[in-house]
Design a protein around this ligand. Structure first.
Ligand SMILES: [Zn+2]
Length: 235
């Protein structure tokens, strides 16, 4: 029994989590429901370029050992998807996958499935980064100007979200996104290894750190050996 609001469990269907009976029910529903067909198509498209991300990540949480930023992102969006429940669920999962794709630096792959060079699916921004009062945008570059970081620091009560992009870091580097406090404290907001694609095209980053928004002095990217690639100071 499907109401207009609940429709069907597309995520379960597309990730093969349903029993055969439920699967047939979904297929029957898809035959008659344009909205779910469209949603399934967009979910499939997202799935197709995200081979790196096991679909179970979205249903059961990220795999153990997965990239830290991805873990945080998937966990966060799953929490928001649960909070919405019902009608928003499928779109929340699309958002989760898109965010994870961006975090993983595979955004360019999205564009490969269409004619355009840019992201082909709606570029859902990381959760609530825009229009938050007090958001600070910082940027910085290294001495050569080749490595550049731009980030939005979004205030939350007692902590911050960091949403940024970086260019110019060589492939293979194991990087940390670090938020520096005015008192010298350091909080790691995420970590990743730079892919060939991210080295060439840059990568988008999203993380969180337990630093009071008023105390944030800078956002920096370092490798795990302590080399600092780039720093963006709060003015
Ligand atoms: Zn439907």
């Amino acid at each position: 029994m499907n109401t207009a609001d609940e429709h069907v469990d597309l995520a379960g269907y597309l990730t093969g989590q349903l029993g055969s009976g439920e699967q047939r029910d979904v297929e029957a529903h898809l035959d008659g429901c344009e909205r779910c067909r469209a949603e399934a198509a967009s979910l499939r498209e997202v799935q197709s370029f995200l081979g790196e991300l096991p679909p179970e990540a979205l249903l059961d949480g990220p795999p153990v050992g997965a990239d830290l930023v991805m873990q945080r992102t998937v966990n966060q969006v799953r929490a928001e998807a649960r909070a919405q429940a019902g009608r928003g669920r499928s779109m929340a999962i699309v958002a989760a996958v898109v965010v994870a794709a961006v975090v993983l630096g595979v955004g360019v792959m999205v564009g490969r499935s269409s004619s355009g060079p840019e992201v082909a699916v709606p570029t859902t921004p990381p959760p609530s980064t825009s229009a938050v009062p007090g958001t600070k945008v910082v940027s910085g570059a290294d001495a050569s100007g080749q490595t550049r970081l731009t980030a939005s620091i979004v205030p939350e009560p007692g902590w911050v979200r960091v949403d940024g992009s970086v260019k110019g870091i060589p492939a293979g580097q194991k990087c940390l996104l670090v938020v520096l406090g005015k008192n010298g404290e350091r909080q790691v907001a995420g970590g990743w290894m730079v892919s060939e694609r991210a080295a060439r095209d840059g990568a988008n980053l999203y993380g969180t750190a337990v630093v009071d928004p008023a105390q944030v002095a800078a956002v920096v990217i370092e490798n795990t050996a302590g080399h600092r690639f780039v720093e963006a100071d709060v003015s």
